[in-house]
Structures are given as C-alpha cells and as structure tokens.
Design a protein around this ligand. Structure first.
Ligand code: PBG
Length: 328
C-alpha cells in the first residue's frame, strides 16, 4: 500500500502487445512518397551515386524503372520525380520540353506501373543555367509574373505525360492559381495540385542541390523561399495556396518545422504533407554510418515524429527503407 496514489504509466508499456494496443500514431505504406532523380542520358542504365546522399543515385530511365520495380515489390505506392536535363538554358526550357526527361519518365512509369501514383516536382531550378527557380531580370532578380506561364506550361506537360499529382516547389506568388487554370483549360481539371506552400529557405536542401545539380550560381533563394524564423507567414502562404486551388499543402523541411506542421494540421482541413529533405536524410545516414545512431530506428522515429506532428503524407528518401522495416 502506498500513501500517495501516483499514476502508473508503466502499466501500458509492459509488453509490446499492450504498447501496440494503445499506440496513437502509425506509418502506413500508403503515406509514403519516394523521390527519384532521373537524368537525360544516352545510357539509360546510368547510375551515379550521390555523394552526400548515400544510397541514392541519379538514374537513367531504365535504372529508374528497375529501382521503382524493386520499391513497388516492397509496397511503394507513390514516387516524386525530379529531372536533370541534358542541357540547361536561361529560360529552363528543359522543364516544359516535349519529350523532356521528366515527361518521358512519367509516361514510362505509368506504362509499366499503372497503379503507381506519379507525382512531379514543378520548378525551373534544375533546368536553368543560373540555377534559380524562375526567370532572371537583367539585374539578377527572379521575376515572379513572367515565370508563372512557364510553370503552368511545365505542369500541363507533366499532366499530358500522365502525371497523377502536380507539385510546384518554386515559391513564386500566384503559381498555384496559374497552374490550376492551365490544367483546367487543358482538360486536366481532375489532376490535383500539392503545393510546396510552406517552403523555407533552408540549408537542409544542400545535398539535394548536388543531387539535382541545381545550386544557384549566384545569390541564394531567400527572396522567394520563406524566412525560417516565421510562422504566422506560413499561415498566409498556406491560406493563399488553398484559395488558389491547392488540394494538398506541404511543409518543408520536416524535422526543424514540426510546430509548423502541427499548426497547418490544426488550422486547415486539407491533407498536409511533410517533406523530410535531403539534409535530414544525410544527417541520419552520416551518423548511422559512423555507428552513432541505429539506422532503422532513427529512420522510423524521424518519420513517426512528422506524423505525430500532424503530417498525413510523407515525402522521404527513406520511403523504401521504411517499407522494408514495416514489412518485417
Ligand atoms: C526545387 C526543389 C528543391 C527541393 C525540392 N524541390 C531544392 C531547392 O529549393 O533548392 C529540396 C528537396 C531536398 O532537399 O530534399 N526547387
């Protein structure tokens, strides 16, 4: 007998079965979207490992289909495609080219994996010679309004290739409205838009810029991506994108912005996606590579954190690892 009747929280942690009975959050295979980098190359079996993202590679078309087949076998349901064009120019014309690399990858994937949800990233930065997400003015500023038509054209070309979901990541103002209108005008009123609505100017994109060869040649992205200390601004960005027709709202990066994910979940009724970005991937890979963290546990704990914060969908380079762990 104790005199003070304290809370016995341990009762519900005693066995794995009991812990499972009272578990509040879970990761479902259907939550996961796996990003791939597809390269326009002569050799479609091309594979170039990405140094800062161990386990990930730039892939030729045939290599992309091989990787996807393995992932689909493990239960993957959705991919996100980034393209590396054969050549770049000032206007990023590879982004909206007929027969561009992403357009070809989309139609090739849909032919081979009709059930797979193919999501495309809409942005110019991988296709522009200067590495910015929009057209540059003579003084080197990213021009908002002239960029919108090119983003809309890119989105329509992806839909024509068979994309299931369009994800603009450029952070130009008004791009969701421009893309929505262009999709509707081209007969794609049923293709949803997942907006990178709340995208911060983050150092955690560093490894991606190696992967996608998209680092800006001069300056940075702070004049269009959000300032990390701001959260009320995130509400304005998300509200604007929903008003413009976004179906899904994304927060990016994930781990340093879990408060923002929670705020989005509690404020809006749209599905919320979280992007665990390249730098978050690299941190876990580096630490687990040194034996400082258990790889699989770090992967699963980082992902459950994003779900617990309120994310419905998870974009993560660990999607295939998570499926492997879930399938055990
Ligand atoms: C393109 C884009 C970026 C990412 C997704 N889309 C890079 C950037 O904005 O510089 C980052 C993804 C990652 O780091 O994993 N604009």
């Amino acid at each position: 007998m104790t005199h003070f009747d304290f809370h016995r929280g341990r009762r519900l942690r005693r066995t794995e079965t009991i812990r499972e009975l009272v578990r509040e959050t879970e990761i479902r295979p259907a939550d996961l979207i796996m990003p791939y980098f597809v390269v326009e190359t002569e050799d479609s079996h091309y594979r170039k490992p990405i140094g800062s993202m161990p386990g990930q590679a730039q892939l030729g078309l045939a290599a992309l289909y091989e990787e996807t087949a393995k992932a689909v076998d493990l239960g993957l349901r959705a991919v996100l495609l980034f393209g590396l064009p054969g050549s770049k120019d000032e206007a990023g014309s590879g982004a909206y080219a007929q027969g561009g690399i992403v357009q070809r990858a989309v139609s090739g994937l849909k032919k081979r994996f009709p059930q797979l949800c193919v999501v495309t990233d809409v942005c110019l930065c991988e296709y522009t010679s200067h590495g910015h997400c929009g057209l540059l003015s003579p003084s080197g500023e990213v021009q908002n309004d002239p960029t919108l038509a090119l983003l809309a054209q890119t989105a329509v070309s992806h839909a024509q290739a068979g994309a299931d979901l369009i994800a603009p990541s450029d952070m130009m103002d008004g791009r969701v409205a421009a893309i929505r209108e262009a999709l509707d005008d081209s007969g794609f009123e049923n293709i949803p838009v997942m907006s990178y609505a709340v995208k911060y100017a983050s150092c955690f994109y560093g490894p991606f810029r190696e992967a996608a060869e998209s680092a800006p040649k001069s300056g940075d992205r702070k004049a269009y991506q959000m300032d990390p200390p701001n959260v009320r601004e995130a509400l304005r960005e998300a509200a604007a994108d929903i008003a413009e027709g976004a179906d899904i709202i994304m927060v990016k990066p994930g781990m340093p912005y879990q408060d923002v994910i929670r705020l989005m979940r509690d404020t809006f009724d749209a599905p919320i996606a979280a992007y665990q970005v390249s730098g978050e991937y690299a941190m876990i890979k580096a630490a687990s590579g040194h034996g400082w963290l258990d790889h699989d546990r770090a992967v699963m704990e980082s992902l459950i954190g994003l779900k617990r914060a309120g994310a419905d969908l998870l974009l993560t380079y660990f999607a295939v690892d998570a499926l492997r762990v879930l399938g055990r």
